[in-house]
Design a protein around this ligand. Sequence first.
Ligand SMILES: *Cc1c(COP(=O)(O)O)cnc(C)c1O
Length: 354
Amino acid sequence: MAVRAELLKNIRSVEPYVPGEQPQEKVVKLNTNENPYPPAPGVQAALDSLDPADFRLYPDPTSSELVRSLADYYGVGEDQVFVGVGSDDVLSLCFLTFFNSEKPVLFPDITYSFYKVWAELYRIPYECPALDGDFRIVKEDYYRENGGIIFPNPNAPTAIYEELDFIEDILEHNRDSIVIVDEAYVDFAGRSAMELIGKYDNLIVTQTFSKARSMAGMRIGYAISNPDLIRCLNDVKYSFNSYTMSRAALVCGAAAVEDRAYFEDSVCRIKETRERTKKELAELGFEFTDSKANFLFARHPRYDGGQLFRELRDADIYVRHWDDERIGQYLRITVGTDEEMEILLKFLKERLSQ
Ligand SMILES: *Cc1c(COP(=O)(O)O)cnc(C)c1O
């Protein structure tokens, strides 16, 4: 039975974000930028410490254990840390909290496609300045009146990282609006904008446990900023859902943060695999941006991106591809283990020599 138009007219409708496929069969999965290595060993111990009898109780609404470990890790106050159910939750609440102006929010035309979805969902006006011909963000495009700014650094899916002086230029020109730097991939790249938090009261930095910390399945993300903006974010969170983080996520998250050595080692391995894969892809004639993330953004001048994507998929090698005018020739390839990259490269070698 079709719902009547009179009923539909007052219903919020939105075109949702399309997440990467999560196949249930075993495939070479290089399509959603997950970490190929398991989380820190302390996470197992944290899981073992859980007593299901406690699951009848609500979790700590302030997430204090996890907040404290992140505050210690970054050397900031506990009142400067906000945690949520993945950075998607954190970012969505940031849109709701901080982008509340009549003026348009600015984010790049090629970027994390969720930004547009949240803007539409919350009815926030937005404009999308185009990346330049090399897929770089043009910072001058952000030197104008706006209702807030957000971009990932490194950007997704281009993998390009901008240095902190670039971020500072944007902050300097936007003292009266909130600037959110989405650092989902910064651990693979370089310095974090977190070190600018004390200097700019309009800066919010978000990060996630899903990529460098190998915990996409636990859903943990966070924002670091000054205490005033974190308070605003908490006010909105408590007006939405007080108990966002499960008991399991809180203890496992804290355990993951505590093992700095394991984390740094796993990031290092991924960076090594990334650089090796770049060399091999170049030998096969691929062109790509200078990736500073845990994925590559590559195209082959002689093979159609969509075609290659489908052939890889038929061979149970999953990468990401967008049917889009500007980036339709590109594949976004997550950096997996050396073995996974070998399977990918072997397939490409055979395919391209035909
Ligand atoms: C993966 C990703 C996120 C969200 O990750 P969560 O799993 O929700 O923490 C946010 N921004 C960018 C750019 C990402 O690639």
